[in-house]
Design a protein around this ligand. Structure first.
Ligand SMILES: Cc1cc2nc3c(=O)[nH]c(=O)nc-3n(C[C@H](O)[C@H](O)[C@H](O)COP(=O)(O)OP(=O)(O)OC[C@H]3O[C@@H](n4cnc5c(N)ncnc54)[C@H](O)[C@@H]3O)c2cc1C
Length: 468
């Protein structure tokens, strides 16, 4: 390990290479800043690579509520035959499915297009700040320690590591002290969609459908399952209240879980992603010892679920276990408190903030709990909600923005804005604002005229208007 201390300076430094971080870095570089993205892991993409659908990109009416960098990623996926496209779950939302293997390359292409410098295998371990200004980050990697200075910092670490260390206030959980469980996705290939959908159509009582008034209308479960099946995609959610999953849990074939979520990842490989495992309800994802201790259990749950599906679910008889997500997934840690705190009421009422909107979301409030329970609250009228700029501005900090899972929100607000659509949109807004602030020579990002930021975001494909 090198012992020398190195130094580096960039205009904008983004910490964390998940959905929000890659969008922030691409947007900052696109808008003229020399941009560095620092990622602790070996690859950029974060949870975007786990195989799950991108939620919150469209509202339940099928209208896009996020654009810009997300469009560029989708276009790259399409070029490589890895874009499956929007699917309606006839339960609560529409989502976008992509091939996560192709998404890895799409992310690398978009960042290279704008000239972003990536530092992988690099962990931000310390923050030097005084009086609300961050001066530098201490980054550790095999080269040793590097002190990185910048004009603007964007915290996309998911956990709010930079903002919290710089002194911004934050919250974890709520009065309940609960945290959403840790899960591990896995994929199965050679799934026969026809048999799977035939089984679904014959067992509507086992499937989660029509959970919002907007989608339910006057439809029966059977009608909603028929609509689901008409799409021809291996995309369905088995609910713990239904016989298929409920009986399996009661027999001890599966660990307790709220849903088995099955979504397509590749038509060519006949492959799906399965989201069904869970551990905890009280595990702090920033406690590395506790987080690491979940891995073996989650792997066993993933294997057990794959064996169960092969043995019990038509369409899976010849399926192969095709791989685990790159890492266990953490849904909930710190929420950094900012100028605006996105509330439950903001999201479920589909509130609009035309003066200050910088991103939108559309996924229901989705708070997984332990055992078989999960809170799911739909957005009014199948619409969307606005995320105001203040959700990205940590209280008391001048040159730091947050984006992604660690945004300023209540537990319920985060329970929807944490999905990948809004994370990409928040990242784009934060990167654009940081670059514009620097280019204008402003002392802090709060001095940036909103009209200028709105103009630039619209010009570059962001969705800021309407969408119900
Ligand atoms: C189990 C699970 C299921 C989910 N299901 C869905 C779904 O179906 N659809 C959907 O849209 N969303 C889903 N989500 C939510 C969504 O995937 C994430 O909330 C979102 O992708 C988070 O993006 P992010 O950029 O904020 O953080 P992340 O993707 O977590 O990226 C943060 C990155 O920062 C890096 N990092 C952290 N700290 C440091 C540091 N100090 N130094 C350097 N690097 C650091 C990490 O290595 C990581 O790569 C799910 C989440 C989980 C965990």
């Amino acid at each position: 390990m090198g012992q020398r201390i190195h130094h580096a300076h960039y205009d904008v430094v983004v910490v964390g290479g998940g959905a929000s971080g890659i969008a922030a870095a691409a947007a900052a570089a696109r808008n003229g800043s020399r941009t560095l993205i620092i990622e602790a892991g070996p690859i950029l993409g974060g949870e975007l690579l786990s195989g799950m659908s991108l939620d919150g990109v469209l509202n339940a009416r099928g209208e896009y509520v996020v654009g810009g960098i997300s469009d560029e990623l989708f276009a790259e996926c399409r070029r490589m035959d890895g874009f499956i496209g929007p699917i309606h779950d006839h339960r609560l939302i529409c989502y976008v499915c992509v091939d996560p293997e192709v998404m890895k390359i799409a992310v690398a292409r978009v960042l290279a297009r704008y000239g972003v410098t990536p530092w992988l295998y690099s962990f931000v371990e310390d923050v030097v700040a005084d009086d609300g200004t961050v001066h530098s980050l201490a980054v550790v990697n095999k080269r040793g320690r590097t002190i990185v200075t910048a004009d603007q910092f964007i915290d996309c670490s998911g956990d709010g590591d930079v903002a919290a260390q710089a002194g911004a206030p934050f919250e974890v959980s709520d009065r309940t002290g609960q945290l959403q469980p840790i899960s591990l996705m896995f994929r199965m290939s050679n799934v026969q969609t026809g048999s799977l959908l035939k089984f679904a159509q014959a067992h509507p009582d086992s499937l989660a459908v029509g959970e919002s008034d907007y989608i339910r209308g006057r439809h029966t479960d059977q009608e909603l399952v028929d609509k689901l099946v008409e799409q021809g995609q291996p995309s369905l959610f088995f609910k713990s209240e239904g016989p298929f999953l409920g009986d399996a849990i009661r027999r001890g074939d599966l660990a307790p879980t709220a849903l088995i979520m099955i979504q397509p990842t590749s038509a060519r490989r006949k492959e799906v992603c399965v989201n069904a495992t869970r551990v905890g309800g009280d595990i702090d994802g920033t406690d590395t010892r506790k987080l690491s201790a979940t891995v073996a259990t989650l792997m066993e749950q993933a294997w057990q679920t794959s064996v169960f599906l092969k043995g019990h679910l038509p369409g899976f008889e010849q399926a192969d276990f095709a791989g685990l997500a790159p890492r266990v997934g953490v849904r909930e840690t710190r929420r950094i408190m900012g100028d605006h705190v996105l509330s439950k009421d903001d999201v479920v009422s589909g509130r609009k903030y035309p003066e200050s909107v910088v991103a939108k979301g559309a996924q229901h409030v989705d708070i997984h709990q332990s055992g078989t329970t999960q809170i799911r609250i739909p957005i009014a009228n199948g619409g969307s909600y606005d995320i105001p700029f203040g959700c990205l501005l940590p209280k008391g900090l001048r040159n730091v923005l947050v984006a992604g899972r660690c945004l300023s929100a209540s537990r319920e607000g985060m329970g929807t804005a944490r999905t990948m659509g809004p994370c990409l949109a928040m990242g784009q807004a934060a990167g654009t604002a940081a670059a514009m602030t620097r280019a204008a020579g402003l002392a802090e990002v709060r001095q940036l005229p909103m009209a200028d930021l709105h103009g630039r975001l619209r010009e570059q494909g962001a969705v800021l208007d309407g969408v119900h």
